[in-house]
Design a protein around this ligand. Sequence first.
Ligand SMILES: Cc1cc2nc3c(=O)[nH]c(=O)nc-3n(C[C@H](O)[C@H](O)[C@H](O)COP(=O)(O)OP(=O)(O)OC[C@H]3O[C@@H](n4cnc5c(N)ncnc54)[C@H](O)[C@@H]3O)c2cc1C
Length: 382
Amino acid sequence: MDFALSAEQEELVRTLRAFARKELAPRSRDWDRTGEFPWPAWRQMGELGLLGLRIPVAYGGQESDYMTFGLAMEEIARGDFGCTYGIQLAGLAGEIVGASGAEEVKARWLPPTARGEEIIALALTEPGVGSDAAHLACRAERDGDSYVITGEKSGISLAMVAQSAVLFARTGTGGAKGVTAFLVPLGLPGVSRSPLRDMGSHSVGRAVLSFDHVRIPLSHRLGDEGHGFYQVMKGFDYNRVGIALACLGVAQISLEETMTYVKERRAFGKPLATFEGVSFRIAEAATHIDACRWLCYRALWLADGGQRHSKEAAMTKWWGPKLAVETIHQCLLFHGHYGYTDELPFEQRMRDVIGLEIGDGTAEVMKTIITRELMGREARPY
Ligand SMILES: Cc1cc2nc3c(=O)[nH]c(=O)nc-3n(C[C@H](O)[C@H](O)[C@H](O)COP(=O)(O)OP(=O)(O)OC[C@H]3O[C@@H](n4cnc5c(N)ncnc54)[C@H](O)[C@@H]3O)c2cc1C
């Protein structure tokens, strides 16, 4: 058993940590306040190869291993949580389009995504279904050599700025087996977008996407009819670990800043760090973050070895975001009334991270996956 990162991975962590500190952290608050989309940062992430991690080399990507993806999520989150959405969505789209797209679709959409010039959103959730995504209602009707898409997708990250979306629509009868994936350009007639007013991650621009008889060529179907749901679920496992690591990255930087602060800030004539009521909470948070991080690394190690990792991924996805919210909250409190202001980053970080207690699957849904993996189908509620 080897718990060390490779020399290459150590170098990647050093590079990304410096990038996040210098280029992202100083701008993160402005992006939160203005909601402005950080295209320059996206291009920089493209230059660093972060948006092509799961895109085939032939289309401008790196085809990196999953561990590299996880380390990138963790490090970028230390500077700006919103930017990690770029890594995860380019990863999911890169994998689905790279594996199942027609040549013309891959050649058109993947290289600009890897360069950080364009974005492919992932449109699964609908106004009527989220956790229960297999029962989605959006329809794609075959009409000669095209499909006509009608329906609504809700809560879609980056949808206000994306140029296209991997969209899941019903082509067959009810349930998961009737769902097919498509690459839908969002500039087509019949597509409209309306923004959601989120409590955090403002630059991510979540939105409702409406499709009113949107016609796309047959070539834009990704894989066979009826395979869409399985395509996205495959990617969700490793992506959940990446989300957990991003949340832990935010918790870790918050804890590091708090350790510096409590050594300087004095009360009752002594540094705060000398009070066990403070230092023991820090020791507990550090313990939990370390344990959760190693669970994440183990899940990615399983993924890289081609082994099943749904249980471990679900464990990290309910625990990581929850732990991060609790840790950041405690860090905010240890900064006293300053922590409550928007001069310090803790309130923004809490608002940002709470979103991914929900996005990509809630804690309750993760626990149904864990119980199914532990106890079999008899433990499934549906
Ligand atoms: C920040 C953010 C980013 C997102 N980005 C995207 C995106 O890019 N693309 C996309 O398609 N979607 C996206 N989503 C949507 C997200 O995937 C859904 O919100 C999520 O799957 C939950 O679905 P829902 O909101 O409809 O909640 P519901 O399914 O209505 O659930 C509501 C509550 O009921 C609980 N619940 C549901 N079923 C069960 C059960 N069986 N047992 C116990 N409790 C249950 C849930 O845990 C939750 O607490 C995003 C959401 C957020 C918040």
